[in-house]
Design a protein around this ligand. Structure first.
Ligand code: AMP
Length: 217
């Protein structure tokens, strides 16, 4: 399965991406993790990107492309399935991924949208800061990352919804609840993806279920 993810910072992309990768036994490409690893190892790339990361800015596309090259080669070697976490973040990146992955027959089958409001993710990132000490889990960087998400990343959702491959889940719940729902929906979609052409598919919005279930309980 080929799975993309779009989510605000702090919505749980890393956690859910790792869960999906383990469940389907597919590579997990996490662009933020790859970049942080360069910073930690003090590579040339790490020196270039560290300031962008600290300020919560997007890393320039040409640096990003060079950096994820190896991960993409690993995906091709592993058969072409993947869960891609942290990319696309801009419409240009979304179009580039679509162009390149379609040429390789590796376009995403499903794009997961982890939906969460700003206050929830802000609180999570501040709580995470105390444990993980990420350089971008600071108030100013969080503000910038959220602003960039709304301005640059969120518009991509409509494009994936239009193409019928977007699945939206309520990511404000616990990681276990969100993970269970994601794995269930991906398992249900597996035969659909194989048998139903993309143009006949519809976006799936599971966030409708949360208030409906709260009322019923
Ligand atoms: P994340 O771990 O996904 O929250 O990403 C951490 C940081 O890595 C972001 O705030 C950006 O500085 C950088 N980054 C990760 N993915 C991308 C991307 N697709 N385009 C540009 N910058 C990125």
């Amino acid at each position: 399965m080929r799975i993309g993810m779009v989510a605000p910072p702090g919505a749980g992309k890393g956690t859910q991406g790792a869960l999906i990768a383990a469940h389907f036994n597919i590579p997990h490409i996490c662009t933020g993790e790859i970049l942080r690893d360069h910073v930690n190892r003090g590579t040339d790339t790490g020196r270039v990107v560290s300031d962008y990361l600290d300020r919560g800015e997007l890393v320039p596309d040409e640096v990003l492309c060079d950096t994820i090259h190896q991960a993409l080669s690993d995906v091709i070697a592993a058969g072409g399935d993947y869960v891609l976490d942290g990319m696309p973040r801009t419409m240009d990146q979304a179009r580039a991924i679509h162009r390149v992955s379609s040429e390789l027959g590796m376009a995403p089958d499903v794009v997961l949208h982890l939906k969460a409001d700003d206050e929830t993710v802000r609180q999570r990132m501040l709580a995470r800061a105390a444990v993980e000490h990420r350089s971008d889990d600071t108030e100013p960087a969080i503000r910038r990352r959220l602003a960039l998400y709304h301005q640059m990343t969120e518009p991509i959702l409509a494009w994936y919804a239009f193409r019928g491959i977007l699945v939206t889940v309520d990511a404000t719940r616990t990681a276990a609840e969100v993970g269970r729902e994601i794995l269930a929906v991906l398992e249900v979609l597996r035969p659909v993806i194989r048998n139903v052409p993309e143009k006949m598919r519809r976006p799936v919005d599971l966030t409708m279920l949360t208030p409906a279930m709260a009322q019923g309980s």
